[in-house]
Design a protein around this ligand. Structure first.
Ligand code: SF4
Ligand code: SF4
Length: 289
């Protein structure tokens, strides 16, 4: 289905994101603040979606697996307000190791920490409370925004579907069935950094949402330049230095097992399975915001 009023639709979708963020901030008791959302559109037939079957996994979904006769993939980025990644940057002035006996934890949390071999992550390498809240609240916000976007696309005569903001992957194989960040790359929302995260015009500290629709929408151009300083030939490897867990290497590799171990240790620390977080490699670095 080709629509004549494509630009109007894009503006409408962007407006839903902007007002949705504003309403969520005002109505819900949230602590997180966000900067202006970014939006980009990919063709569901883009060859790069097919390449994800070899880049990520043969199990990775194609857009048509989410919506039959898919035409477009809408991707958006909700950038955190600057103080959030600043708060989560590695603080070399903080004490070295946490002592779980001295913390005022609940018995349940202590039990989880005691069971956690990785509990002795230095305190300055733990995600901050503000980072944890931003992660959780943004996932909730993405759920709300996706429903609003889907409803609007349906009102326009299309079908739409989306994968959850997080958790749609195999913990055993550490592969994603629908990678929001790869969809966002294909849509032109940004480029990948040495930290393997997407860097957008608004940085890399934030969360990505994506929806598939059978409405044909105008496709966004992918950026010509690399947003990662190192990939653009400049001298930077701050993300690698910020990953004290040695999950990132200068030859542009991510040790997924090591990274996931840290994410899980932090989830146990926060006593919340949904908080598989870290984010040190995107905090306090040149591409954070
Ligand atoms: S910190 Fe530097 S090297 Fe790492 S992704 Fe950002 S710009 Fe690239
Ligand atoms: S999320 Fe944490 S463990 Fe994973 S690569 Fe980034 S800094 Fe390293």
């Amino acid at each position: 289905m080709v629509r004549k009023d494509d630009d109007k639709i894009i503006k409408q979708l962007k407006e839903i994101l902007t007002t949705g963020v504003k309403e969520y901030t005002e109505k819900a008791k949230v602590q997180t603040e966000w900067r202006e959302p970014l939006i980009a559109i990919a063709s569901a037939q883009d060859e790069l979606f097919y390449q994800l079957k070899s880049v990520i996994s043969p199990e990775h979904n194609l857009p048509k697996d989410l919506v039959p006769e898919a035409k477009s993939v809408i991707c958006y980025f909700l950038p955190f307000a600057a103080p959030i990644p600043t708060s989560n940057a590695v603080d070399t002035m903080k004490p070295a190791m946490i002592n779980i006996e001295e913390q005022n934890f609940t018995a349940e949390k202590k039990r989880k920490l005691d069971n956690n071999k990785s509990a002795n992550i230095p305190e300055n390498l733990r995600p901050t409370t503000s980072w944890a809240k931003a992660y959780k609240e943004t996932n909730d916000l993405i759920g709300i925004l996706n429903k609003k976007l889907k409803s609007t696309l349906q009102d326009l005569g299309g079908r739409a579907n989306y994968a959850a903001a997080t958790g749609n992957f195999s913990p055993a194989e550490l592969i994603s069935y629908w990678s929001h960040k790869h969809a966002a790359y294909i849509a032109g929302l940004g480029t990948f950094g040495l930290h393997q995260m997407l860097i957008t015009r608004a940085g890399s500290a934030g969360r990505i949402g994506s929806l598939v629709t059978d409405l044909k929408l105008p496709v966004t151009e992918r950026p010509e330049q690399e947003y990662c300083l190192a990939k653009a030939g400049k001298d930077c490897q701050q993300c690698i230095d910020s990953c004290h867990f040695k999950a990132l290497t200068a030859d542009n590799r991510l040790n997924k097992e090591k990274c996931y171990e840290i994410l899980q240790a932090n989830a146990r620390y926060f006593a919340d399975d949904s908080l598989e977080i870290c984010g040190k490699c995107v905090s306090g670095v040149p591409c954070s915001i």
